[in-house]
Design a binder for this molecule. Structure first.
Ligand code: COA
Ligand code: AMP
Length: 640
C-alpha cells in the first residue's frame, strides 16, 4: 500500500471508530482544549434525543481562544488582521492586544449588568469590534447572537424578541461597495417594532457616517477608555452552557435559533482546523464570509483563534473592492496558507476575470488549499479555480445547525481524490445515511433524504433556543433516530457524498440561506395581495435567486402599467421587510397558484418548470389548468 492509500484507509478507519465509540474518540479530542474542570463523562445520552457532550466539564471558550495563547508564548503573534478596502484601513492585533480589548469590553458588558446566561445581540459590519464583542460575551458567559447586517429591521426585531438581549452592540454604519448603510436607524426601527427592549445599545461611531445617539445608547469608544473600565476575568461555564444563538431560516417566517454549546463546539472546531482544514498554530488563514453567518462564527472567529492561528477579517467583497483580484492580494500580502469562501464568490471573480489575469499578478505560493462551502459547488466553478490557483479546491458541506463540516476532504489528514460535484466523504463523527421515504437506506447512486444517525457529534446544535419541541419536530421527527438535514443527495460506490439541494422550501441565494416564508409574509402583507408563492430559481451568479408569483385580491383589476408599478412596489417591500440580501428582483402577478387538493402550493413543480427541468406534477394536483396557464410566465416566455 502507498503512503497515500494507507493514510486514506487510516482516515476511513478513524471515521468508523468515531461512530462506533464516540466517547472514545471525542474524549481524546477533548485534550485539545484547556478545561477548568476536565470532563469525566464524554457523552450523556440519558435524555436522548437530547444528547449532551462533556456534561461535567467546565471551561471558558474565550480563555481558550486568547488567554492560553498569551500564556503559552503567542502574546506577540498576530491574532487578527483587519483588512478593509472599503474604508482604506488596515490594522493588526496581537493575541495580547486582542485579549486586552476583549477583557475590557467584557468589563463594559459586566458593568452594564450583563451576567452569565444573559443574551447580547451583535448587529455589526465586518469590523474588529464585532469579534471583540463576541469574545467578550464568551468571556463572561453571556450568550451572543450576531445578526447579519443585510437583514432589515423587521428581521432584526424578530431576533430581538426571541433572544431578549440585555444589551445590543452595533455600529453607526456598514459600508457596501455602492453605498454607506446606516445601521443605527435600522436598529432604532427594530427596537421600535420589537416587544422586547434592550437596556442599552453600545454603538461604535464610524467616521464614514456617524449617527445620533438616543437615551439608551452608549458610545463604544467612551466605554472602552482604560480609565473608565476594569478588565473582566474569564467566567468558567459548563461545557453544555450556550456560547451563542445564531438564527437561521427555516421554511416558515419565524427564524430558528440555533443553539451552540461551549465545550463540544470548542473541541470540534479545534480538531477540525488542523485535521480538516490543515491549518496549524501560527499560520495565517482567510475566511471570506461574514460574522453574521455560521461560517464566519466558526472559521473567521472561533476555530482559527482556538488554534492559535492568525485570522484575516476582510471588510469588502470578492469583486468591486476594488476588483476581482482582492482575494489574491489578501493571500499574497498576508501569506495566507488556506482560504475559505463561497462558490458564488468564485463565480463572481470568474465572470470579471475569466482568464485569471488578476490571479497571475499575485504571488500565491503560500496558498495550499482553497475551501468552498455554503451552496453546491458546480463543477465549472471548481475547474476554473483549480486551473487558475493550482492548489486543491475542496468542497465542504455543512449547515448553520452543524457548525462545522458534515462532509469534506480532510486535507489536514490526507487528500482524497477530488470528484467534482462531491464534498468527498462524511466527516469524523457524522453517520451520514441516505434514506428513502420509508426511512430505509438506499443503495449507492440512488437519491434520497440525507440524514445523520443520532447522536450528532460535538459542536452541532443541542436544540433550538427555548424551543425543544420545534427542534424535535423540525429535525428529528421525520425518521426515528435520525437528524434530517433537509438536503437531498446520494452516496456513490466509494462512499463519496453528493449533495443535490434542499428538499424543502429553503432558498440559497449567494450562499445565504433565506426562508420562502419570510419573503412570502412580506408580500402577503401588501393590501392588494390575496396569496403568493416564492420559489428559488437557478441563477448563473448566485446559484439561486427568489422569484415571486402573486395573486391579487378579487376586484383589483390593473392595466399593464399598474401591474408593473405594483410589481416594483412588492420588490421594494421585500427589500424593506426582509432586507437587500433577499435579492428579490422579479415579481409576477398571475391569475392563480397551482395547489394540491389539500391546499399545498406546488413550489417545487413551479421551480422545476422555471429551471427548464422535467417537472414532477403530483397526482393530487387540484387543477392542472392553473399550472399550465403559469407555464409561459415561469419559463419566461411571457411576463405578467
Ligand atoms: N449590510 C447591508 N447590506 C448588505 C450587506 C450587509 N452586511 N451584505 C449585503 N448587503 C446588500 C448588498 O449591498 C446588496 O444590495 P443591493 O441590492 O443594493 O446591491 C444586497 O444586500 C445583496 O448582496 P450580495 O448577496 O452581497 O450580492 P451582491 O450582488 O452585492 O454581490 C457577490 C454579489 C457574489 C459579490 C456576493 O454575493 C458575495 O460576496 N458572495 C459571497 C457569499 C458569501 O461569502 N457567503 C457566506 C457563506 S460562506
Ligand atoms: P447555511 O445554514 O446557511 O450554512 O446553509 C446550509 C445549506 O446550504 C445546506 O443545507 C445546503 O443546502 C447548502 N450547502 C452548504 N454547503 C454546501 C455544499 N458544499 N454543497 C451543497 N450544498 C451546500
Amino acid at each position: 500500500m502507498s503512503d497515500g492509500a494507507l493514510a486514506q484507509q487510516t482516515y476511513r478507519d478513524t471515521v468508523a471508530a468515531s461512530l462506533q465509540d464516540p466517547a472514545g474518540f471525542w474524549g481524546e479530542a477533548a485534550g485539545l482544549i484547556d478545561w477548568f474542570t476536565p470532563p469525566r463523562q464524554v457523552l450523556d445520552d440519558s435524555r436522548a434525543p437530547f444528547y449532551r457532550w462533556f456534561p461535567d466539564g467546565r471551561l471558558n471558550v474565550c480563555f481558550n481562544a486568547l488567554d492560553r495563547h498569551v500564556v503559552h508564548g503567542r502574546a506577540d503573534q498576530t491574532a487578527l488582521i483587519y483588512d478593509s478596502p472599503v474604508t482604506g484601513s488596515r490594522a493588526t492585533y496581537t493575541y495580547a492586544q486582542l485579549l486586552d480589548l476583549v477583557a475590557r469590553f467584557a468589563g463594559v458588558l459586566r458593568d452594564l449588568g450583563v451576567v452569565k446566561g444573559d443574551r447580547v445581540v451583535v448587529y455589526m459590519p465586518m469590523v474588529p469590534e464585532a469579534v471583540v464583542a463576541m469574545l467578550a460575551c464568551a468571556r463572561i458567559g453571556a450568550v451572543h447572537s450576531v445578526v447579519f447586517g443585510g437583514f432589515a429591521p423587521a428581521e432584526l426585531a424578530a431576533r430581538l424578541d426571541d433572544a431578549a438581549p440585555k444589551v445590543v452592540v452595533s455600529a453607526s454604519c456598514g459600508i457596501e461597495p455602492s453605498r454607506v448603510v446606516p445601521y443605527k436607524p435600522m436598529l432604532d426601527e427594530a427596537i421600535e417594532r420589537s416587544a422586547h427592549k434592550p437596556d442599552h445599545c453600545v454603538i461604535l461611531q464610524r467616521e464614514q457616517q456617524r449617527c445620533e445617539m438616543g437615551a439608551r445608547d452608549l458610545d463604544w469608544k467612551q466605554l472602552m477608555n482604560p480609565d473608565a473600565v476594569a478588565p473582566a476575568e474569564c467566567v468558567p461555564v459548563a461545557a453544555t452552557d450556550p456560547l451563542y444563538v445564531l438564527y437561521t431560516s427555516g421554511t416558515t417566517g419565524k427564524p430558528k435559533g440555533i443553539v451552540r454549546d461551549s465545550g463540544g463546539y470548542a473541541v470540534a472546531l479545534r480538531w477540525s482546523m488542523t485535521n480538516l482544514y490543515g491549518v496549524e498554530p501560527g499560520e495565517t488563514w482567510l475566511c471570506g464570509s461574514d460574522v453574521g453567518w455560521v461560517v464566519g462564527h466558526s472559521y473567521i472567529v472561533y476555530a482559527p483563534l482556538l488554534t492559535g492561528a492568525t485570522t484575516v477579517l476582510f471588510e469588502g467583497k470578492p469583486v468591486g473592492t476594488p476588483d476581482a483580484g482582492t482575494y489574491w492580494r489578501l493571500i499574497d500580502e498576508h501569506d495566507v496558507v488556506a482560504a475559505f469562501t463561497a462558490p458564488t464568490a468564485i463565480r463572481a471573480i470568474k465572470k470579471q476575470d475569466p482568464q485569471g489575469e488578476l490571479v497571475r499578478r499575485h504571488d500565491l505560493s503560500s496558498l495550499r488549499t482553497l475551501f468552498l462551502a455554503g451552496e453546491r459547488l458546480d463543477p465549472d466553478t471548481w475547474r476554473w479555480a483549480t486551473d487558475h490557483l493550482g492548489v486543491p479546491v475542496v468542497d465542504n458541506w455543512w449547515q448553520t445547525e452543524t457548525g462545522w463540516p458534515i462532509a469534506t476532504n480532510p486535507v489536514g489528514v490526507t487528500l482524497f481524490d477530488i470528484k467534482p460535484g462531491s464534498p468527498t466523504l462524511p466527516t469524523v463523527g457524522y453517520d451520514v445515511q441516505v434514506l428513502d421515504e420509508r426511512g430505509a437506506p438506499v443503495p449507492p447512486g440512488v437519491e434520497g433524504a440525507i440524514c445523520i444517525r443520532l447522536p450528532l457529534p460535538p459542536g452541532t446544535l443541542p436544540t433550538l433556543w427555548q424551543d425543544d419541541d420545534r427542534y424535535v419536530s423540525s429535525y428529528l421527527s421525520a425518521y426515528d433516530g435520525y437528524y434530517l438535514t433537509g438536503d437531498g443527495g446520494y452516496l456513490d460506490e466509494d462512499g463519496y457524498l453528493y449533495v443535490m439541494g434542499r428538499t424543502d422550501d429553503v432558498l440559497n441565494v449567494a450562499g445565504h440561506r433565506l426562508s420562502t416564508g419570510s419573503l412570502e409574509e412580506a408580500l402577503a402583507g401588501h393590501p392588494s395581495v390575496a396569496e403568493c408563492a416564492v420559489i428559488g430559481v437557478h441563477d448563473e451568479l448566485k446559484g439561486q435567486v427568489p422569484r415571486a408569483l402573486v395573486v391579487l385580491k378579487g376586484g383589483i383589476d390593473l392595466d399593464d402599467e399598474g401591474r408593473r408599478r405594483l410589481e416594483a412596489e412588492l420588490v421594494r417591500r421585500v427589500r424593506e421587510e426582509v432586507g437587500p440580501v433577499a435579492a428579490l428582483r422579479q415579481v409576477d402577478v398571475v391569475d392563480g397558484l397551482p395547489k394540491t387538493r389539500s391546499g399545498k402550493i406546488l413550489r417545487r413543480t413551479m421551480r422545476q418548470i422555471a429551471d427548464g427541468q422535467e417537472a414532477a406534477v403530483p397526482s393530487t394536483i387540484e387543477d392542472v389548468g392553473v399550472l399550465e396557464a403559469l407555464g409561459p410566465v415561469l419559463r419566461g416566455d411571457r411576463t405578467g
